[in-house]
Ligand binder design. Sequence first.
Ligand code: ZN
Ligand code: FE
Length: 239
Amino acid sequence: MKVEIIKCLEDNYSYIIVDEKNQTACVIDPSEAQPIINFVEEKKIYLKYILNTHHHYDHIGGNEELKKKYNSKIVGFKEDRNRIPGINEFVENNQIWKADNFEAKIFHVPGHTSGHIAYHFYKERKIFTGDTLFSLGCGRIFEGTYEEMFNSLNKIKNLSDDTEIYCGHEYTLQNSKFCIYHDSKNLNLKKKIIEIEEKVRKGLPTIPSILKDEIECNIFLKAKDLESFSKLRDLKDNF
Ligand code: ZN
Ligand code: FE
């Protein structure tokens, strides 16, 4: 199983998970169709599944066009069935989604939106977190409560610490500025910032991040309780 990182729109990432044995693939959150089509055509793979983390336009923008072109199945959270375009397979919290050689556990992680889910490919130790957990940040709370977001992040935090985090946006460098401002003595963070700056300079993605690094460096994962988390979330909105 190989994950290809596809840049979309301004700063979105879509991810194509390729099963090289069968030349089949899933795409996570196709923001737009064309970059996905380019990759799929070039590699001559069959795009069998589209997996959405939530209904925002920058995560579902390519759904309909890809479905039409490849007859792909569109997977999304059951309760978001009326706002995920083209959806035809509904998943629930804690369900195992299994298709061909793909196998992921569904985590309902409300906060950014009420129907946000993450896909945990537990055999590969990779999780696709959409706009819930970012590298060195977390999503804005649009539809949920602080408590929901805090609990959602804690679910992800409890995975094994070598888990790779694939999030929906390249916000890492910007996020690092907020983290270091409030956590200026964190040596792990300082080290990570040097790595991030180097990647950005070379035009490389800073994703995936490793959960261990996030636990040590992401100020939102370091928040001890709901109160301090909520305060940080407010400060970040105005940073
Ligand atoms: Zn979003
Ligand atoms: Fe987004």
